[in-house]
Design a protein around this ligand. Structure first.
Ligand SMILES: *Cc1c(COP(=O)(O)O)cnc(C)c1O
Length: 376
């Protein structure tokens, strides 16, 4: 059995090596390293895949969030609603732009923004909401779209962990994660479900004017070279990365199915286990299982983690500290106890290895190791 990893990028590469190597070689031969033809082609292919009318590639998922907020004209002092339980990127760009994060607690089973908390977070300065489709399934977009319309808020969907997840509205209409709000943002960080071999990101929108603005801001605020209409940033997807992503996009559905198979085996193995809460599926979304995250009940998560580590089973805690209690964001004045669900999740969650090339033998080993911890 090969060494178990959280994500096995090497095996994944080896299985598509011929196509990847050829794609890379082609970029080298053409030496169009910036804005080469693969960038445009990839954007078109991703637009076709996701159903987003416009896909604007950029440097990474964090930039995508920042550019989205700039394009939506959020002004210093404006407030943006974000979950207290997520990756730091969202709150970081809010702070950098002089906006204020309005943290909201999450639901204890699907980890999406808690509707009750949203009502409480409203105020005259709130201009937007950033739902995060955490671990790979969509937040309750129907509710969020209604809520945003009612209160005149913009929605930026953080889709870094959920590319390809499909949301179904009550009227039967389906849409992919990231294509429902005003802007969707995603990341192609290597370990993401659609990962490149370095940094990369993209923004999705169905609004042509907004698309043009996003594109312009990502490119120094210029439409025409050396004429700058707005303050921008420099955020580009490398041609090399785009060429790699074009190859990998063809495998994304298969990758999502493999992840779901791994998830189903974990579900089955821990069904009714008294110490393990398996991930709940959101009502109206498919799951692409960026992470398979359990909650450890009635036992020490740290002891389990260490025990597994000794057996050669890596696990990760996404995330150990809620955003409102992170040192850097204490300045916003939130207190311990304000978001009890997020705080509690940070003590209980544990993400197990899940990837597209997991061997059944490896997974059996992981499952047996976890069970043996509780049977000691
Ligand atoms: C990975 C991630 C990001 C940031 O993406 P980068 O490409 O690393 O900048 C943002 N939000 C979430 C939820 C993520 O998981």
């Amino acid at each position: 059995m090969t060494t178990i990893q959280m994500v096995d990028l090497r095996t994944q590469y080896e299985r598509i090596k011929i196509d990847i190597d050829q794609a890379i070689q082609q970029v080298l031969d053409n030496t169009a390293f910036i804005n080469g033809p693969d960038v445009k082609a990839f954007a078109q292919e991703l637009s076709q895949y996701t159903g987003a009318a416009y896909v604007i590639p950029c440097g990474n998922g964090t930039d995508a969030l920042q550019i989205a907020m700039m394009a939506l004209d959020f002004q210093p002092g404006d407030e943006v609603i974000v979950p207290a339980f997520t990756y730091v990127a969202t709150v970081e760009v809010i702070a950098l732009l002089g906006l204020r994060p309005k943290f909201v607690d999450v639901l204890p089973d699907t980890y999406e923004l808690d509707p009750a908390g949203l009502e409480k977070a409203l105020g005259p300065k709130v201009v937007g909401i950033v739902p995060v489709h955490l671990y790979g399934q969509c937040s309750n977009m129907e509710f969020l779209v209604d809520f945003a319309q009612k209160h005149n808020l913009k929605i930026i969907e953080d889709t870094a962990q959920a590319i390809g997840a499909v949301y179904t509205f009550s009227d039967g209409r389906k849409a992919q994660a990231g294509t429902i709000g005003d802007v969707g943002t995603t990341s192609f960080f290597p370990s993401k479900n659609l990962g490149c071999y370095g940094d990369g990101g993209a923004m999705f929108t169905n609004d042509s004017e907004l698309a043009e603005k996003l594109r312009m801001i990502a490119n120094h605020g210029q439409k025409k070279k050396y004429y700058h209409d707005s303050i921008g940033v420099n955020s580009r997807l490398d041609t090399l990365q785009a060429a790699i992503l074009r190859v990998k996009l063809k495998h994304l559905d298969r990758y999502s199915s493999s992840r779901n198979e791994v998830a189903a085996r974990y579900d089955q193995a821990f069904l009714n286990h008294q110490n393990i809460k398996t991930p709940k599926r959101a009502a109206n979304s498919t799951h692409v299982f960026h992470q398979y995250t359990i909650q450890v009940e009635g036992a020490s998560r740290e002891d389990l983690k260490n025990f597994l580590q000794e057996k050669g089973v890596p696990t990760m805690v996404y995330y150990p500290v809620p955003l409102h209690l992170q040192q850097a964001y204490l300045q916003y004045g939130y207190q311990q106890g304000e978001f009890p669900v997020a705080e509690n999740l940070c003590k209980k969650v544990l993400s197990l290895p899940i990837h597209t090339e997991m061997e059944p033998e490896q997974q059996e080993f992981i499952i047996e190791a976890i069970k043996s911890f509780f049977n000691k």
